[in-house]
Design a protein around this ligand. Structure first.
Ligand SMILES: [Zn+2]
Length: 110
């Protein structure tokens, strides 16, 4: 049985079975990660997995879980960031539209 040595930031080196590791392989390689629950302290440990680590873990029997970044997450955005005032204005706008929707809804429907 393959044993994989990983490092917990608290406990140091720990040995794991392949099924105890979760490997998330992203469409952007720099966002791939692996994670495990430390068998000593039970903390969840998550670390970046470069292409070499991904290859090593897969060769050790860890099942890779692919994940895709939504295209929206990679869009560049211009303009100022939203502020708390923007959020409050939006909440007030939504509140006004809820009242409007209730006014125009047919009777008996909420
Ligand atoms: Zn630990």
């Amino acid at each position: 049985m393959t044993t994989i040595r990983a490092t917990c930031p608290t406990c140091g080196d720990v040995e794991l079975k392949p099924a105890e590791l979760r490997l998330m392989v992203c469409t952007r390689p720099e966002w791939s990660t692996y994670a495990f629950t430390c068998p000593t302290c039970t903390d969840e440990v998550k670390k970046p997995a470069d292409e070499e680590v991904v290859a090593l873990l897969i060769s050790g029997g860890v099942v890779a879980q692919p994940w895709h970044i939504p295209a929206e997450a990679l869009e560049s955005h211009d303009g100022p960031s939203l502020t708390y005032d923007d959020l409050l204005d939006f909440a007030l706008w939504l509140d006004a539209h809820d009242a409007l929707a209730a006014d125009v809804a047919p009777a008996g429907r909420s």
